[in-house]
Design a protein around this ligand. Structure first.
Ligand code: NDP
Length: 469
């Protein structure tokens, strides 16, 4: 069990190149993150390649037992992990934030350990017999972003380990300490070398992407970086799972009770202060309920406190970095210039300490305004009025991304009909953004390809092999 101090000491750099890590809420010093490079990547690869055969030789059940013990280790240090995550990423301890993210890490490991992927008999008709097996790939690279630095990493690491692979992880340079801390707690239990981590910037991710030792790369991040990884890995024909950016639409049908859906609508958009791949990022509301939905959302926004993450009163936090703050600010300013009506927020204190951007709702916005068609990845939701459902569906499908979407209605079968017409990897009905270790998750169009989670996620980190006898 680690305390915040012992965990921080463990991951803080004392020698070699380092980067100062500042708290995005206060600007205060958190620590110093190591800045590693290609030499450390090569060393981690060497250790992982050496460790993988013994790990793969264990049975699925034996690896499952180890993963459950890793989950126990995370639980034992959960408060320390949550505090570091809160300080470095900015998300509050309380609410659906840092403690929930750390809890999800152990839950993900246990669920992944419990899944089974038996040999599939694909034909057995007396004349032909064939089985489909799933073998370890070998070494898997995991490149993760800064918004959920622990949960996204574990969602890729857990299935990879479960299927007998070794892993080298590359956390985002914005949340290096959180990535290192998670791996360090996991390595209290895992055999040496099976899970490595390299704390570097984009150049380490680029080197990983071109390295022939990796049989697969699991990447979560922006569409632009995803494209670069495709190009970099093409020479090695490396398998890829790409979970890229999204701009999820929500369509509210005229039969909803605005008061009843407002809380879930709000959190679908503002979870992790909007810095969520599958958050609701543009909302299309039928004219019959438009004003009532806007009013109900304003009421929830007013009752949802934003502030320093270590203060238990807060459930929304700052943006993790200034780059993202600038994106949100630019898009909200574009919405104002374009005639959008700011219902709440939109007036950041530009001189304040910390990357806080106020919870912002913009009504009566042009459907082609930049705040609607670009991914804001922050706490600003555009609300578009519609009267024709076909037009709303066309707008929802009109972008080149398709990670998630949602339909809101009192009539579930009507909502399911709309869902079937939406181009997105997941369509939620009367909720938005929930992920579960047993439910496959992935995008379409520019949001990437390949599935994480569930049995489909296990298959994606294995090599299919047919035994035809
Ligand atoms: P980036 O694509 O900038 O970075 C993601 C990771 O890739 C980081 O670890 C980054 O390192 C690394 N990286 C940077 N350049 C390269 C490269 N050339 N080759 C390989 N790796 C590289 O995304 P963000 O971290 O900014 O995350 C935000 C974006 O991710 C948003 O667009 C969001 O929608 C998307 N996202 C998607 C999710 C999904 O499941 N679909 C989930 C979460 C986020 P470093 O940070 O050190 O530069």
């Amino acid at each position: 069990m680690k305390t915040y101090r012992t965990l921080l000491e463990h991951v803080t750099s004392t020698t070699g190149p380092a980067r100062t890590v500042l708290d995005p809420a206060t600007g205060g010093l958190i620590g110093s993150a190591p800045q590693q490079g290609v030499a450390e990547l090569e060393a981690a690869i060497e250790r992982a390649v050496a460790a993988q055969p013994a790990w793969a030789a264990l049975s699925h059940e034996e690896r499952g037992v180890v993963l459950c013990r890793v989950a126990d280790a995370i639980d034992a240090s959960s408060e320390a992990l949550a505090e570091l995550l809160s300080r470095e990423q900015g998300k509050p301890l309380n609410g659906p934030n840092a403690r929930v993210e750390v809890g999800a890490c152990s839950a993900w490991l246990r669920a992944t350990a419990a899944m089974s992927l038996p040999v599939e008999v694909v034909i057995d008709d007396g004349e032909s017999y064939a089985e489909l097996h799933y073998r370890p790939i070998g070494l898997i690279g995991v490149i993760s972003p800064w918004n959920f630095p622990m949960m996204i990493a574990i969602g890729q690491i857990a299935p990879a380990l479960r299927m007998g692979n070794a892993v080298v992880a590359k956390p985002s340079e914005y949340t290096t300490l959180s990535g290192l801390a998670l791996v360090s707690v996991m390595n209290e239990v895992l055999p040496a070398g099976v899970l490595g981590v390299v704390a570097g910037a984009g150049d380490v991710g680029a080197a990983l992407s071109t390295h022939p030792a990796f049989g697969k790369i699991m990447f979560t991040g922006s569409t632009g970086t995803g494209r670069r990884i495709i190009e970099a890995s093409a020479g090695n024909i490396t398998r890829l799972t790409l979970e890229l950016g999204g701009n999820d639409a929500g369509i509210v049908l005229p039969d909803v009770d605005p008061q009843a859906i407002a809380h879930d609508l709000f959190w679908g958009a503002f979870i992790n202060t909007g810095q969520t791949c599958a958050a609701l990022k543009r909302l299309y509301v039928h004219a019959d309920v438009y004003d009532a939905v806007c009013d109900a959302l304003v009421a929830v926004a007013a009752a949802t406190p934003m502030g320093i993450g270590l203060d238990e009163a807060n459930v929304l936090g700052p943006l993790q970095n200034r780059m993202q703050w600038n994106v949100v600010d630019r898009l909200v300013e574009a919405a104002k210039v374009g005639g959008g009506r700011v219902l709440v927020g939109g007036d950041p204190d530009r001189g304040a300490v910390g990357n806080f951007y106020p919870t912002t709702l913009v009504a009566d916005i042009d459907p082609q305004n930049p705040l609607v068609i670009e991914e804001q990845f922050g706490p600003a939701l555009p609300i578009v009025r519609y009267t024709d459902l076909d037009e709303a569906i066309a707008l929802a499908n009109g972008l080149d991304v398709g990670l998630g979407a949602s339909v809101w209605s009192a009539d579930t079968s009507a909502a399911r009909s709309v869902a079937a017409r939406i181009q997105a990897g997941t369509v939620w009905i009367n909720s938005h953004g929930g992920v579960h270790p047993m439910i496959p998750f992935g995008g379409v169009k520019g949001s990437g390809y390949g599935l994480a989670c569930g049995v489909a996620g296990l298959k994606s980190v294995a090599l299919p092999q047919v035994i035809n006898s």
